[in-house]
Design a protein around this ligand. Structure first.
Ligand SMILES: [Zn+2]
Length: 57
């Protein structure tokens, strides 16, 4: 799984395994990103389902 436990970037709630999450990220410049996990960990912002269903700030 992930190197560290990810958490929601909005509410800070810990993301549990197999939980539905949304990832906000910048599309990589390089073609064929095989290091997707590392990329997501560095660049991605996780947003839990609860926050997605909630009104944006
Ligand atoms: Zn959240």
């Amino acid at each position: 799984m992930w190197p560290e436990k990810p958490s929601c970037s909005r509410c800070g709630k810990e993301i549990h395994p197999e939980e539905m999450v949304y990832v906000q990220m910048r599309y990589p410049k390089r073609k064929g990103f095989t290091e997707i996990k590392a990329y997501l960990h560095n660049e991605g912002k996780f947003i839990c389902e609860g926050c997605i269903n909630r009104e944006p700030d």
